[in-house]
Design a binder for this molecule. Sequence first.
Ligand SMILES: NC(=O)c1ccc[n+]([C@@H]2O[C@H](COP(=O)([O-])OP(=O)(O)OC[C@H]3O[C@@H](n4cnc5c(N)ncnc54)[C@H](O)[C@@H]3O)[C@@H](O)[C@H]2O)c1
Ligand SMILES: [Fe+2]
Length: 405
Amino acid sequence: MGSSAGKRAWCRTFQAVMKVGNYFLPWRIPETLSGEDSVLELPDKLKAAGHDSVLVVTDESLMKLGLPVPMLNKMKEMGLNVAVYSSVQPNPTDRNVEDGFRMFREKNCKAIVAFGGGSPMDCAKGIAAKQAHPKKAVRQLQGLLKVHKRIVPFYAVPTTAGTGSETTVAAVITEEKTHHKASINDPVLMPRLAVLDPKLTQGLPPFITATTGMDALCHAVESYTNGTYLTHLEREYAKNAVRLIHEHILAAYEDGSSIEHRQAMQWAAFYAGRSFTRGCVGYVHAVGHTLGGLYGVPHGLAMSMILPCVLRQYGEKVFGRLAELADECGIQGRSDAEKAESFISWIEETNRKMQIPRGTDVIQDKDIPQIIAWADKEANPLYPVPVIWGEDDFRTLLETLRKQA
Ligand SMILES: NC(=O)c1ccc[n+]([C@@H]2O[C@H](COP(=O)([O-])OP(=O)(O)OC[C@H]3O[C@@H](n4cnc5c(N)ncnc54)[C@H](O)[C@@H]3O)[C@@H](O)[C@H]2O)c1
Ligand SMILES: [Fe+2]
């Protein structure tokens, strides 16, 4: 059982070529502003860069909370023309992208500022990709290197500490008609600048703090256990992220007002994002995206539930790498196997303390073939996962998730 020898050979050959190809891509790291009220420095940056008219992309809940208001006021005080597109849904859709792009064009904007979690950031990247290819549907831009053209100046202000979209080349968009959730992946989507202002995440509810933080952990762990495409930089970033999350996630969950823990989680998400954007994610994301697209399961929640299940299913293939991550966190064990087990137990225990369920009953029998087809297509051959799965392995994972619901 498992994947066929032919499939494994094809995937590993593709990945060997991709590893070389990666050295020719223009990987960047966005400039960062960090610290309390750093978001108020952004309008000066925009002005200095000569952008007189910007589209701010955010969501309704954030508008209701008034979170973008100080930044918007400062932009207006500085004489910038500001249009706000605030109808982004969680798990943003192609329709959100089209609507936002229409506003961008009608208001004659010259730059985009994404303000929010991964949903507004990804929608904003989608708008930027559309601006480069107005005649193409979002679906046609999904995949690898389909934008391939300079985009409008793009700035990101994350208000969750999770997706790392502020430092990734990906925009994950769901097609409204089919519920298919897929990524646009292109280095041109890397933001110019990311603002890590801890005050913006102080009001994040504990459950969203928990699940988005686990999403960041997932990025670091999947990237690190994949290994193949990483350079020293991404390996160190993944380790830093895991160490910071181990140290700060529970504290941020329990005391959301702490600037120290909030800022640490923002750096963790940033490092994890920059690590996985080159190193790729794995089956946790590939399966998790289908649950987001089909059933609207929030991304971070899907990640938190699926991560320990996938790591257990990978088995001894990941013991060595998980043991290295355990060492980074000071998690003890007498062998790699023991350390890996303790590392996975730490994830499960942390989930439990943060009231995150271990599984889900949303998965419908009739959807299973579609879930497997989409997850397989997303991951293979691009993601250099430690173990290449066949259909039965995906089924095992889905069964585990249902059993643990
Ligand atoms: N581009 C990437 O590299 C990448 C990586 C991982 C995930 N994603 C995508 O990102 C999306 C998920 O993003 P997310 O997990 O950040 O969630 P989100 O952006 O959907 O936000 C979740 C909820 O939290 C609220 N919220 C956000 N910030 C808040 C704050 N400071 N205070 C109070 N409420 C706040 C939002 O209004 C929303 O209701 C998914 O679509 C996922 O696929 C993208
Ligand atoms: Fe993610």
